[in-house]
Design a protein around this ligand. Structure first.
Ligand code: KIV
Ligand code: ZN
Length: 390
């Protein structure tokens, strides 16, 4: 067994309450935000991005209160690249035991055109705003928004400026979910190779899921040297969402042989958080969502059911208990076989003789053809019928 306690740590930065809440329709109440933040803090999230304090009075109040209440996590607020945003952010996070200011500006050609800054003017703005944040707080994160569509030479230049101005974490956002795993890794490697001072700060990866690669892109960045993953519960986030916390954390746990890093996450709290975030955001989790979907640990086909009944590892790469799930892993339906029916009957307290089992199985199959899922009560009714007919 590998001794994981000596492995390097990858920090988990959760932005469910900021980037996640930015999904259209995912707005949470003040109380709901406090509840989610408390659960994230308890689960071992290293940094909670609690909101965007200048965005509204409500966001400011939530970030301030979360900062006051957090027991373990660093509390971070988001600020655009101007002094007013940064000051407001500091006013909210300063109550935390461990506060962080996260400031950002779009550095790609498309994003530079919006404030109408040329490359030199933007470089100066980055220097001034990061220095200002650093004068307020000794934990400053800086993000070149749309980094994956920023010219590489310019990206290296602005990252160097931000480090010199005092940023302690440099986050590389794939804002529009445009990158590929090998490109995500290449960018981190390039920054580590080319930027003076890159070895003195932490690189973070922040991926969106527009092409369905957010988890792969985040893990590739870690492989290349990033040591902070930005993610959300259930992958909640604008458009197709962000990297899902449960996916990167479980991927590093299950395939620790491939990516030998540890996180501080208590994975047994994942399922509860997933359900709470789904409820308070109003965003249902798709049935076949990796890790937390309703079907993620369910087996219906006869071959799979037979396999897991003999040795659970035949079709399960992780245990439901690892994420705090206690549900049974067998779904009874038309693909289920005799072995699964026998096991289900045993669980319900019946040990039928072979001929009775055969009869019940025939009727079970006929029922399963009509119904999507056959519940315990349906099976009990079939047994009662069988016993009456005997
Ligand atoms: O996706 C993004 O670029 C962001 C930044 C604000 C970090 O969320
Ligand atoms: Zn984002």
């Amino acid at each position: 067994m590998t001794d994981k306690s000596t492995q390097p740590r990858v920090l988990i930065f959760d932005t469910t309450l900021r980037d996640g809440e930015q999904s259209p329709g995912a707005t949470m109440t003040h109380e709901e935000k406090l509840e989610i933040a408390a659960l994230l803090d308890e689960m071992g999230v290293d940094i909670i991005e609690a909101g965007f304090p200048i965005a509204s009075e409500g966001d400011f109040a939530a970030v301030s209160e979360i900062a006051r209440r957090a027991k373990n996590s660093t509390i971070c607020g988001l600020a655009r690249a101007n002094f007013k945003d940064i000051d407001r952010c500091w006013e909210a996070v300063k109550h935390a035991r461990s506060p962080r200011i996260h400031t950002f500006i779009g550095t790609s050609p498309l994003h530079r055109a919006i404030p109408n800054l040329d490359m030199d003017q933007m470089a100066e703005r980055i220097h001034d705003t990061v220095s200002h944040a650093r004068n307020l707080c000794d934990n400053v994160q800086w993000s070149p928004m749309d980094a994956t569509r920023t010219e590489h030479d310019y990206l290296c230049r602005v990252v160097e400026i931000a480090i010199k101005a005092g940023a302690t974490t440099i986050n590389i956002p794939d804002t529009v979910g445009y990158t590929y795993p090998f490109e995500s890794a290449k960018i981190i490697r390039m920054l580590l190779d080319r930027v003076p001072g890159a070895d003195t700060i932490t690189f973070a990866t922040h991926c969106h899921n527009d092409l369905g690669m957010a988890t792969a892109n985040a893990l590739a960045a870690v492989e290349a040297g990033a040591r902070q993953i930005e993610c959300t519960i259930n992958g909640l986030g604008e458009r197709a969402g962000n990297t899902a916390l449960e996916e990167v954390v479980m991927a590093m746990k299950v395939r620790n042989d491939i990516l030998p890093y540890r996180t501080g996450i208590d994975t047994t709290k994942i399922m509860h958080l997933s359900r709470r975030v789904s409820t308070v955001s109003g965003f249902p989790v798709q049935f076949n969502k990796a890790i937390v979907g309703k079907n993620a640990f369910l087996h219906e086909s006869g071959i799979h059911q037979d396999g897991v009944l003999k040795n659970v590892e035949t079709f399960e790469i992780m245990r439901p208990e690892d994420i705090g799930l206690t549900q049974k892993n067998i779904a009874m339906g038309k693909h289920s076989g005799r072995a699964a029916l026998r096991a289900k009957l045993k669980e319900l307290g019946y040990d039928l003789a072979d001929n009775q089992l055969n009869d019940v199985f025939v009727r079970f199959k006929a029922l399963a053809d009509r119904k999507k899922e056959v519940y315990d009560d349906d099976i009990l009714a079939l047994v009662a019928d069988e016993q009456t007919n005997d």
